[in-house]
Ligand binder design. Structure first.
Ligand SMILES: [Zn+2]
Length: 353
């Protein structure tokens, strides 16, 4: 395993323990990288999950994940290679990973070989005809995947996370059904504070406005209000269906995942709208109401309707560009809308200077 000693400039020393404790190497300055709890560490499992399918060492884990580990993610990856949790992919996988079909065809043609077939077949043909050449080209590329043990740990972790999420959803739904809105929010908040949040891309972070969270009582009041809303575009829902829709919306807002199977069992659609579309329509309605409420105190008196989305229905297109005073605005989502994805029209404030 020449690549490994090159990587660490020393012979790898594998611990006897199944989950070894690793000492620093590769120039990390005195900071010890302790991986012996990796199978129960969400941060390490999230890193390993990146290698559930094969990835390049160089690009396997984003550098902006550094705060999660306190050291460069690549150092953690190296430590996992040394411990055996990440392993080098076999040559055929490397060749397949490093090349597009077009590139494979070019290499096949250059060797006078048949160029047709699936990617795996093309690779096999290349290696059979020129194993030395392929080894020279790709043998040293550090392409990695999880070991069986690491893959299993990642799978178990994912299964546990799915189960936890489902259990939390049940708790939130139960509280909502009892009209305990504050309790539902607290259950969701406590779940979210314990859940691993991956660092977001610095560019994306710069685009996000961090809003301070409103007090619990206020959030509970807002949520309570949503449970009385009846956007016109959703007319035709039965009482039970409205209830299910409110639940589905609230669960999605509170924990970030919707559970139509739990909240709206048996819902077979409203006109052309499925459960995720009707939930989105309620969400849009809430958002449009919030926009209008925000604009009034700012002295904004008029708004224009914008429906620039391609593929909008005739009813929505007819509204596009129309200006109304705030209290005369047609309700959005527009109830005459027949778009399959629901109405995507927006209010845009008209600013007078
Ligand atoms: Zn429409």
């Amino acid at each position: 395993m020449g690549w490994l000693s090159r990587l660490f400039q020393q012979q790898p020393k594998l611990d006897e323990a199944a989950m070894p404790r690793l000492s620093p190497h590769g120039g990390s300055k005195g900071r010890e990288l302790v991986l012996d709890n990796w199978a129960t560490s969400p941060e390490y499992l999230a890193l390993l999950q990146r290698f559930s399918s094969i990835r390049d060492f160089e690009t396997g884990v984003p550098d902006y994940w550094q705060p999660m580990f306190g050291v460069e993610p690549k150092k953690v990856v190296k430590a996992f290679i040394e411990s055996g949790a990440l392993v080098e992919a076999p040559l055929p996988d490397k060749v397949q990973f490093c090349n597009t079909v077009t590139q494979l065809k070019e290499m096949l043609a250059a060797r006078g070989l048949k160029v047709t077939g699936k990617k795996a077949e093309q690779v096999e043909r290349l290696i059979q005809a020129d194993s030395k050449g392929m080894q020279n080209l790709y043998g040293d590329r550090l392409i990695l995947r999880c070991s069986t043990e690491a893959k299993q740990a990642v799978d178990t972790w994912n299964q546990e996370r799915t189960e936890t999420l489902s259990r939390v959803a049940d708790e939130v739904i139960a509280a909502l059904r009892r009209q305990k809105f504050a309790e539902a929010i607290q259950v969701a908040d406590s779940y979210k504070s314990q859940r691993l949040e991956l660092p977001i891309h610095p560019g994306q972070e710069a685009m996000t406005i961090k809003s301070s969270r409103a007090p619990l009582a206020e959030r509970a009041k807002e949520l309570t209000r949503v449970f009385t809303m009846k956007p016109k575009i959703l007319k035709g829902l039965s009482g039970e269906q409205w209830e299910g829709l409110y639940l589905n919306y609230a669960v999605w807002k509170l924990i970030g995942t919707s559970f139509p199977c739990k909240c709206m069992p048996g819902f077979s659609g409203l006109r052309s709208m499925d459960e995720s579309t009707v939930t989105r329509m309620l969400n849009f309605y809430v958002g449009h109401m919030e926009d209008k409420a925000r604009w009034k105190p700012l002295g904004i008196k008029k708004a224009k309707i914008s429906c620039s989305n391609s593929g909008s229905c005739e009813s929505c297109k007819a509204l596009d560009g129309q200006v109304y005073s705030l209290n005369k605005l047609p309700e959005l989502p527009y109830d005459d809308c027949t778009c399959a994805l629901g109405c995507r029209c927006l209010y845009l404030p008209e600013l007078d200077f």
